[in-house]
Design a protein around this ligand. Structure first.
Ligand code: DGL
Length: 266
């Protein structure tokens, strides 16, 4: 029996999680949903965004009957994961800032979390810091422009590199000779720019992209959800791998998604 995985983001950022999922579970059926009519999520007020996403999932779950849902968006996960889990029986895997591995990795004790302006204001993020990095200096950097710039990169539009450099600059702190040595990519759009970040960074750092860890978790959860071979909803699925966008007809093919998700274009 095929496992159906619904991967959700505000735009194309979820491809950076989709690539490793498909590599791990090549036979899974994928439904990719980009709520591009609501993009960028980072600029939304929390309550309205919560309402929008829950309402969307009423339809998505009824229509697609996924075995597992992946909220491949930090901005959404840090806001609605508990609500979605309470409301729907289907398992949800989220994407939240990788603060624990960053705190374990840093040598200088200075870690930057690069995310949307909304994610850096969430209680969920503050709780992760309090629980997993109480002794680390965490620099929270909320970027208004990077998600849009990553979409430019993905769709081969000209990339404003000066803008990228300006957006990542606050991550690089030099305090009495101790410098930032780890940057957490806490928005799924950002790995699409990872190679550009590396090139424009004022000094080398470790960039943490949690996509592989999330894919591992999805495979685990899918195993649990299907009990080995029986999906939660064992009806025959209608479509193959599909891409939905809320704002316009799908402007890109699934193959494009995979290609970008795998190579982390830059
Ligand atoms: N990809 C989303 C995330 O991981 C955010 C992009 C947006 O602002 O919509 O946070």
């Amino acid at each position: 029996m095929t496992t159906r995985i619904l991967v959700f983001d505000s735009g194309i950022g979820g491809v950076t999680v989709l690539g490793p999922i498909v590599a791990r579970m090549p036979d899974a059926e994928i439904v990719y949903v980009a709520d591009d009519a609501g993009f960028p999520y980072g600029e939304w007020e929390a309550d309205s965004l919560k309402e929008r996403i829950v309402a969307l999932f009423e339809t998505l779950i009824a229509e697609h009957r996924p075995d597992v849902v992946v909220i491949a968006c930090n901005t959404a996960s840090t806001l609605v994961l508990p609500v979605l889990r309470a409301r729907f029986a289907c398992p949800f895997v989220g994407t939240v800032p990788a603060i624990k591995p960053a705190a374990a990795l840093t040598k200088t004790g200075i870690v930057a979390v690069l995310a949307t302006p909304a994610t850096v204001k969430r209680d969920y993020t503050f709780d992760l810091i309090a629980d997993h990095a109480p002794d680390t200096a965490i620099v929270l950097v909320g970027s208004h422009r990077l998600a849009g710039l990553a979409e430019d990169r993905f769709f081969d539009r000209p990339l404003d590199e000066a803008a990228v450099a300006a957006e990542i600059a606050p991550c690089f702190v030099d305090k009495e000779g101790q410098r930032t040595d780890v940057v957490v990519l806490a928005c799924t759009h950002y790995p699409l720019l990872e190679n550009v970040f590396r090139r424009l960074a004022p000094w080398p750092v470790s960039w943490i992209n949690p996509a592989d860890a999330i894919a591992r978790r999805v495979a685990d959860v899918a195993g649990i959800a299907t009990g080995g071979d029986a999906p939660l909803w064992p009806q025959a699925f209608r479509e193959g791998r599909v891409v939905f966008t809320s704002g316009r007809a799908a402007p890109f093919s699934y193959a494009t998604f995979l290609e970008h998700g795998r190579c982390g274009a830059g």
